[in-house]
Design a protein around this ligand. Structure first.
Ligand code: SGN
Ligand code: CA
Length: 517
């Protein structure tokens, strides 16, 4: 008589062993992390905002078609360096120490995502905008723009030297990225950050795109002529398109018909002076019809304000075009080399941006347009095409999620959460977080946005401006443009204590020091 029990026991042991190791056997993926600068969700057609339909981004959209679109992704502090520091560390600004753009560099001795990946056998690289002042750590290779970087003929810094490269910044970054991919060590998985400068201010397009949207009429946001009633900090900012934009620097306006002298430009070295003489000539010639039109057509002040909005959008979207082309090139490269099968590709921006909402450009506020951070992610075989992630996610989640996806333990002190389950299973678990914490510190500073912090829940948002001790509360369902501050009104009576309690809970959980509250 055959003894069946030991055979069953053996089978069970074998299967258990396979399951345990299944996770480990799953090949370690490569990661390409593409981040642009100030690219608003409104300007990515996959998000479906009407304005983006005038200037679609088909290549970036492909990531969402082949993978996932995150519709509730946010930053923790809507400004360049701080967002980048939060991404690298998985921690809020007060914990990673980089709270505002400024003179104090990022503390590169702390633990970061690239360092952990490197320690676990990954080859790591960062190419493009860095903007954290101190030199990158945790990267086998880095080639970064000097500070904000120039659109034309920019300087790149490496561990060895500083080199000026002739060409358009987005194209140069794409070429350097492909070059690194082609020459990397093929025996190791890689983590590559490609960081574009575009579409950052002052929005200088590639020559081939100067006139791309010259005749496009972009829809003017309904809040373009906002009066900021009930919102003190909003009334104090200096980021208004028709009041604060520099006509020369930002809008490329000249001082008369057929002139080649820009109107006000406080930083010519960051723009015109970086171009060659021939490039400068082609630049002025491309803009001459529009510039002449300004002097030959009479306009009221209000019409001029709208004209400026159109000029801003034409250039903003023209710089986005080069980023979209870059993403297309990288995706094509991955396909052609077969790398696409085991590479996680991510597209994001360091924060959101205003495209005329409330009359603004720039970011910094906790209002949706700048608080939102676009996020698209593909990983063939693991993320289903067309996935939509609607759980609340944040930039502090990127590091833990990528470690999780690369089968590496997440350090206990990272404050973000892994959203691997949300994106792979296309559903938000019941116990997923219900609120997000935000904290902006850079005041005084560019654009004069006051220090504030707040909590966002699915429907409501509560903001506090501690220096002025002012509060704002919005019902995002009834008031998606956030123009009706209901703090202190009868309708907010019930929800206010709940939101304050949630805010306190988050500040306690994230260990926010009393001096910042
Ligand atoms: C520059 C810009 C500002 C912008 C900051 C921060 N002026 O100073 O408009 O808010 O950078 O941007 S510019 O005309 O010189 O570009 S960030 O993306 O780096 O945080
Ligand atoms: Ca930025």
């Amino acid at each position: 008589k055959t003894e069946i029990k030991p055979i069953i026991a053996l089978c069970v042991t074998l299967m258990t062993t396979l399951c345990i190791y299944g996770q480990k056997l799953e090949q370690r993926p490569n990661v390409i992390f593409i981040m642009s600068d100030d690219h608003a969700e409104q300007a990515i057609s996959a998000y479906g905002h009407p304005i983006s339909q005038k200037a679609p981004t088909p290549h970036i959209d492909r990531i969402a078609q082949e993978g996932a679109l995150f519709v509730n992704n946010y930053c923790s502090n809507s400004i360049c360096g701080p967002s980048r520091a939060a991404i690298l560390t998985g921690k809020h600004s007060h914990k990673n120490g980089f709270m505002r753009n400024g003179n104090k560099g990022f503390d590169g001795t702390q633990e970061t995502l690239p360092k952990i990946l490197q320690q676990n056998g990954y080859q790591t690289a960062v190419i493009g905008k860095w903007h954290l002042i101190s030199k990158p750590t945790g990267f086998d290779h880095w080639e970064i723009l000097n500070d904000q970087g120039d659109y034309y003929n920019p300087y790149f810094i490496t561990a060895q030297d500083t080199v000026r490269r002739m060409g358009y910044v987005t194209d140069l970054i794409t070429d350097l990225t492909k070059e690194w991919l082609a020459n990397r060590d093929q025996n190791k998985p890689f983590f590559l950050m490609m960081h574009h400068k575009a579409p950052h201010r002052n929005w200088v397009p590639a020559e081939r795109h100067y006139k791309l949207y010259e005749n496009t009429i972009f829809p003017v946001p309904e809040t373009y002529f906002d009066d900021y009633e009930g919102r003190y900090a909003a009334s104090q900012q200096e980021m208004n398109i028709y009041r604060d934009m520099y006509e020369g620097h930002d809008l490329k306006m000249v001082d008369g018909i057929d002139s080649e002298t820009l109107l006000y430009d406080p930083w010519p070295h960051a723009f015109l002076e970086t171009m060659t003489t021939a490039e400068r000539e082609r630049f002025f010639s491309a803009y001459s019809d529009r510039n002449n039109d300004y002097y030959t057509t009479e306009r009221t002040e209000k019409e001029k304000a709208v004209w400026k909005f159109q000029r801003y959008m034409q250039d903003y979207f023209a710089t986005v075009k080069s980023v979209d082309e870059s993403v297309g090139e990288i995706m094509d490269y991955l396909k052609a080399s077969g790398l696409d099968k085991n590479t996680i590709i991510i597209y994001t921006s360091d924060q959101g941006f205003y495209l005329g909402e409330h009359g603004w450009f720039d970011k910094r506020f906790m209002y949706e347009e700048s608080f939102c951070m676009p996020l698209l992610m593909a990983h063939p075989g693991y993320i289903q095409p067309g996935t939509k992630v609607d759980g609340l996610t944040q930039n502090i989640d990127f590091a833990p999620t990528l470690l999780d996806m690369c089968h590496i333990d997440i350090p206990n002190d990272m404050q973000g959460l892994s959203f691997k389950k949300l994106v792979r299973e296309n559903k938000t678990p019941k116990n997923w977080r219900k609120s997000l914490y935000y904290h902006y510190y850079e005041y005084p500073g560019f654009h004069s946005v006051r220090v504030h912090y707040g909590v966002k829940m699915e429907r409501y948002k509560l903001m506090h401006f501690p220096k002025e001790n002012l509060w704002e509360l919005y019902d995002l369902k009834k008031d998606p443009t956030e123009t009706n501050n209901i703090y202190g009104t009868k309708i907010a009576e019930k929800i206010t204590p709940q939101l304050k309690q949630e805010l306190l809970m988050l500040q306690t959980k994230y260990d926010v020091d009393e001096k910042y509250k």
